[in-house]
Design a binder for this molecule. Structure first.
Ligand code: SIN
Ligand code: FE2
Length: 220
């Protein structure tokens, strides 16, 4: 049988543990959101009726392949002027939809499990990946509060997460993420480069033909 490449972390290993360290202060909590996943997706669908999915422009004039929306007091926007957190959805002119209690509870429980007690996210970015959509290697550095972790929840189709180092030059580890998985990174790992490979086509009972990712942040 062909060997999985050494950087295909935990691929298809049913005996792999549920909390997989990705760094001194980074961990993959496998299936942590599974029990709430269907409810989370319903919340996302509701949020998108108020703050519609959109493909943002980068300051360089590129259109992002992921569709985005958000909720919470703040959410992240990108346009030709740059990246920033904003209290209003530029598409509707309205405040972002409130963060559902189920989102907040899950984010806080995952952060606590990962060693970040007292996490108070004020922003939830919601990314929707259609087949082929990707997220190139980047750092999450637009948040004012670098002491708070990032909590990232995967829903729907599986994806290959790229988990890099402190510099772009470091070759990223490939970490398969499934429906219900949660990755938390903070502290010394807060500025690790990360990304997502182009999504493979598929069908998922909860999300259909896409992957949805929630990232919780303390932006201010
Ligand atoms: C992100 O880095 O904002 C998204 C990560 C993911 O989709 O898993
Ligand atoms: Fe990110």
């Amino acid at each position: 049988m062909p060997q999985a490449p050494a950087d295909d972390l935990f691929a298809n290993d049913p005996a792999a543990p549920q909390a997989l360290p990705l760094g001194a202060q980074a961990v993959l909590l496998r299936g942590f959101a599974l029990a709430q996943a269907d409810a989370l997706v319903q919340c996302v669908q509701h949020i998108a009726t108020h703050a519609p999915w959109r493909h943002m422009q980068t300051p360089g004039g590129q259109t992002m392949s992921v569709a985005m929306t958000g909720c919470g007091p703040l959410s992240w926007i990108s346009d030709r002027r740059g990246y920033r957190y904003a209290a209003h959805d530029p598409l509707t002119g309205q405040p972002w939809p409130a963060m559902p209690q189920a989102f907040l509870q899950l984010a806080q429980a995952a952060a606590q499990q990962a060693g970040f007690a007292g996490f108070q996210p004020d922003a939830c970015l919601i990314n929707r990946y259609a087949p082929g959509a990707r997220m190139s290697l980047h750092q999450d550095r637009d948040e004012r509060d670098m002491d708070a972790p990032i909590v990232s929840v995967s829903l729907g189709l599986p994806a290959m997460f790229l988990w890099g180092g402190a510099t772009r030059a470091e070759r990223p580890l490939r970490v398969p993420l499934q429906h219900g998985d949660v990755v938390v990174w903070g502290g010394v790992d807060r500025l690790r480069f990360h990304g997502v490979l182009p999504l493979a086509p598929g069908a998922h009972p909860t999300t259909g033909d896409c992957r949805i990712n929630l990232t919780f942040r303390k932006a201010r």
